[in-house]
Write a protein of this length. Structure first.
Length: 135
């Protein structure tokens, strides 16, 4: 399955904006692939106002969040890998969601295995269940 984080970000963004609140992203400023005004970061974290009035061309993609905004009066392009988003919340009341590092990883297969295709197929083993035709 694909990671749930980008879907949660989009849903919470819409919910926050629909309630006339200001959506903010908390980003790992030291994360790989982060292109943002790092001079505004504090202890490795960067808060980005992503309200419709504050950004242009907002793209909340599955892999990357991209937009342009003004920082200190200067227009800047920002792109943040979804895996580097630590939280999305409303500035006014703090409601939103904090993500754990594991939330950015791919979800495990539904059978509970770790993705390894090898299984114990010996008699009495706990391998993949299977069906067989009996005549």
């Amino acid at each position: 399955m694909t990671p749930s984080r980008p879907y949660l970000i989009r849903g919470l963004y819409e919910w926050i904006a629909d309630n006339d609140l200001t959506p903010h992203l908390l980003v790992n400023a030291e994360g790989e692939g982060v292109v943002a005004p790092l001079e505004f970061a504090d202890v490795g974290q960067l808060v980005l106002n992503v309200a419709p009035a504050a950004v242009r061309g907002l793209d909340l993609g599955n892999e990357l969040i991209a937009f342009s905004a003004r920082f200190g009066g200067q227009p800047r392009q920002v792109s943040v890998p979804v895996a580097e988003v630590m939280a999305i919340y409303a500035r006014e009341n703090g409601r939103g969601m904090l993500f754990t590092p594991e939330d950015g990883e791919h979800d495990p297969p539904p059978d509970g295995s770790d993705g390894d295709s090898s299984s114990d197929s010996s008699p009495g083993g706990r391998g993949q269940p299977g069906l067989r035709v009996i005549k």
